[in-house]
Design a protein around this ligand. Structure first.
Ligand code: SAM
Ligand code: CA
Length: 245
C-alpha cells in the first residue's frame, strides 16, 4: 500500500515496458519485438493493454519478465505456487497459464480492486480455477500457513513482488514454506538501479525510502546458507533463491 501511495505522491505514470536496466532502450525494444511480443499469449497482451491505461502501471511486471517466469515455472515443473503482490495480475496470469490444469496459486494483495480489473481476462483465459486470491496483508497469511506443519516444504515456487520493507520478514517465513529444491523469486532487487546510486543521488522519494530495505535484503540473501542464489537483470532485477537445506 505504501508503495502505491508513494507512487501517487510522486505522480509518476511511466510508460509500461520502459523498465530496462540494459544499456540502451533500443536493445530492450529489440528483445521485446523479436522474442517476447510475437509469442505473448493473447490474454496476457490484453491484460497488458488494460494495465497500461491504469495510473499505477509502473508497478506491472514487464512482458519480458512475464515470459521469463513462464519459462522458469515450466522448467521446474511447478504445481503449487504463491504470489505476494498481484496488482492487475500480469505475473499472476503468466503463472496461471504456465501451470498444469491442477496447478495452484495462493495470491495475496492488500488491494482487490486492481486484481478485479484483470480478473475478467484471467477468467476468459480459463485459468481462474487455479487461483486462490486473498485480500489483505501477506504476513498474517504466511503466519497462519506456517502454523500447519503440512504446509512446510509444500511450495514449488514463490514470487514476491510487494512491499519491499517486508521482504526479509517474508523470507523468514517463506524459507520453511518452500520445498527443498524449490524457488523463491524476489522481484525488484536492483530497485531502479538505485542500489549503486551514490548517497547524494537525486532519487524519487519512494525509491530512496525502499532502497535501504532492498540493500539489506540483497546482503542477507548473499550470506544465507539455506539457499543458492542468482540475481538476474531481468525487469528491475529478480533474485532467484533455491532452497538447499
Ligand atoms: N506482480 C504484479 C504484476 O505483475 O502486476 C505487481 C505487483 S505491485 C509491484 C505490488 C503490489 O503489492 C501492489 O498491488 C500492492 O497493493 C501490493 N502490496 C503492498 N503491500 C502489501 C502487503 N503487505 N501484502 C500484500 N500485498 C501488498
Ligand atoms: Ca516488480
Amino acid at each position: 500500500m505504501a508503495e502505491e501511495q508513494s507512487l501517487i505522491e510522486a505522480g509518476r505514470h511511466q510508460e509500461v515496458g520502459h523498465k530496462s536496466l540494459l544499456q540502451s532502450d533500443a536493445l530492450y525494444q529489440y528483445i521485446l519485438e523479436t522474442s517476447v511480443y510475437p509469442r505473448e499469449p493473447e490474454p496476457m497482451k490484453e491484460l497488458r493493454e488494460i494495465t497500461a491505461k491504469h495510473p499505477w502501471n509502473i508497478m506491472t511486471t514487464s512482458a519480458d519478465e512475464g515470459q521469463f517466469l513462464s519459462m522458469l515455472l515450466k522448467l521446474i515443473n511447478a504445481k503449487n505456487t504463491m504470489e505476494i503482490g498481484v496488482y492487475t495480475g500480469y505475473s499472476l496470469l503468466a503463472t496461471a497459464l504456465a501451470l498444469p490444469q491442477d496447478g495452484k496459486i495462493l495470491a495475496m494483495d492488500v488491494n482487490r480492486e486492481n486484481y478485479e480489473l484483470g480478473l475478467p481476462v484471467i477468467q476468459k483465459a480459463g485459468v481462474a480455477h487455479k487461483i486462490d486470491f486473498r485480500e489483505g496483508p501477506a504476513l498474517p497469511v504466511l503466519d497462519q500457513l506456517s502454523k500447519d506443519e503440512k504446509n512446510h516444504g509444500s511450495f514449488d515456487f514463490i514470487f514476491v513482488d510487494a512491499d519491499k520493507d517486508n521482504y526479509l520478514n517474508y523470507h523468514k517465513r517463506l524459507i520453511d514454506l518452500v520445498k527443498v529444491g524449490g524457488i523463491i523469486g524476489y522481484d525488484n532487487t536492483l530497485w531502479n538501479g538505485s542500489v549503486v546510486a551514490p548517497p547524494d543521488a537525486p532519487l524519487r522519494k519512494y525509491v530512496r525510502y525502499y532502497r535501504d530495505f532492498v540493500l539489506e535484503l540483497n546482503k542477507a540473501l548473499a550470506v544465507d546458507p539455506r539457499i543458492e542464489i542468482c540475481m538476474l537483470p531481468v525487469g528491475d532485477g529478480i533474485t532467484l533463491c533455491r532452497r538447499i537445506t
